[in-house]
Every structure is written in C-alpha cells, then in structure tokens.
Ligand binder design. Structure first.
Ligand code: ADP
Ligand code: MG
Length: 212
C-alpha cells in the first residue's frame, strides 16, 4: 500500500460519500440512545470537508488530513465533530510527505486514537467510537507484525471494528449523551462506533480497489 496525495484526497471524498449514504442510519442509531443527530452532524461535517478540499492548498498528505480535521471541528456542533476533527488533525502532523504506506497509517491511526482519548477522556468499554477504533488498530498492528499482506491486515482491521460495534450493544454507555440513559443504553449499538467502522471499512475498500 502506498497512497499518494491524489489518492488520499479521493479516499477522503469516498468516506464523505459513505457518511452521506448512511446519514439516516446513523441518525436512527443516535435517536435510540442520544439526540438523533449523529448522521446529520457527520454528513454536515464531511460535506464541509469535501468543499474545503477543492480549494485548500495541498502539498502533503498531512495537509489533506489537517484540512479534513479543521473542517470537522469547525462545522460540527455535536461531540463527534471535535473528536473526529482532533483525530484527523493529530494524524496529519505525522505525514509531512507526499505518500503514505501501511506503517505510516498505523502511526497515524495511533495518533488519532490518542487525540480522541485526550479530547474526550473516554476509554475502551465506555460505549464510544473507541470500542471500534482501538481493537481495530490492535489487530492491524498484530497482522503486520505477523507478516500478513496489507490487504489482509486491513481486512482484519475492519472486521475487528465491526466486532467492536457489536460489542457496544451489550455494554452501558459511560461517556457522551448515551450515558444519561445508564442501563437503558444496553441493547443498542453506539452510533460513533458505527461511523468509525464505516470509515475504516472504506479505507479497506479503497486500498483493495486501488492497490499498487
Ligand atoms: P452528540 O453526542 O453531541 O449529539 P454525536 O451524536 O454526533 O454528538 O456523536 C455521538 C457519538 O460520539 C457517540 O455515539 C460516541 O461514539 C461518541 N462520543 C461521545 N462522547 C465521546 C467521548 N467522550 N469520547 C469518545 N467518543 C465519544
Ligand atoms: Mg447526537
């Protein structure tokens, strides 16, 4: 896997389309345990990302991710905007270059998770996006350490993220609006974990279809 500037831009646009296509689904999930705006927030944020990317001055992959993060932070009112925005901005600082490989991606992914944790003070098991993101990164790292090829490693990553989404159904929310429900949050999958899965799944799809 080696993605150049034009490909990373295309990938971010694809992620924006996936979010747009899942706007109602994400909003439905958030209606059950939150305030019903996760799909609206995410689609508004990624619409702004798409617009910004058409005019931003891009010299490195980091510039793409920084533009993405800043658009999310400044256009999304809900908790998810600042959290995903921080994730993309933290990842951006590591890729001051024109191409990224899988090892760069692992480092960026770690920085993104650290950013979410720093900003949101949540941990795994709190029924948030971290329940999809953290196990997915662990599995990706493990797959590469075991010498698996990039596509298989990314496939394992996105499958683990989906397992994380399933896991959120059985636990009590400890952070965010869903935590107000306490035990009544059990039985519902977390909207943010679901959008995280959708993003990771799209990264896998893109690399699968554009592997050089
Ligand atoms: P809001 O909760 O402000 O309405 P959204 O509905 O857009 O924002 O996003 C809700 C999602 O944000 C949750 O499903 C959860 O995954 C994530 N989330 C909320 N608080 C935190 C936190 N402190 N840390 C990590 N993720 C969080
Ligand atoms: Mg909400």
């Amino acid at each position: 896997m080696a993605l150049k500037i034009a490909q990373v831009t295309e990938l971010i646009n694809n992620i924006a389309n996936v979010i747009q296509n899942n706007k109602e689904f994400l909003t439905e999930l958030d209606s059950a345990i939150g305030d019903g705006d996760h799909g609206i927030n995410m689609s508004k944020g990624f619409k702004a990302v798409k617009e910004k990317l058409t005019t931003a001055k891009i010299n490195t992959v980091g510039d793409i991710l920084k533009t993405t993060g800043m658009a999310l932070v400044s256009n999304v009112g809900g908790a998810s905007g600042p959290l995903y925005g921080t994730a993309f901005m933290k990842a951006s600082s590591l890729v001051n270059k024109e191409e990224v490989n899988i090892n760069d991606f692992i480092d960026m992914f770690q920085a993104a998770i650290d950013g979410v944790k720093m900003r949101g003070k949540a941990n795994r098991g709190d029924k948030t996006m971290l329940d999809a993101l953290e196990p997915a990164l662990d599995v990706l790292r493990e797959a590469k350490a075991n010498g698996l090829d990039d596509i298989t490693a990314l496939e394992n990553m996105k499958n683990e993220a989906l397992k994380g989404v399933e896991y959120t159904k059985g636990i009590i929310a400890k952070k965010g609006r869903a935590s107000y429900l306490g035990e009544r949050s059990i039985g519902h999958q977390d909207p943010g974990a679901t959008s995280s899965y959708l993003i990771l799944n799209e990264i896998y799809n893109y690399v699968l279809n554009n592997n050089k």
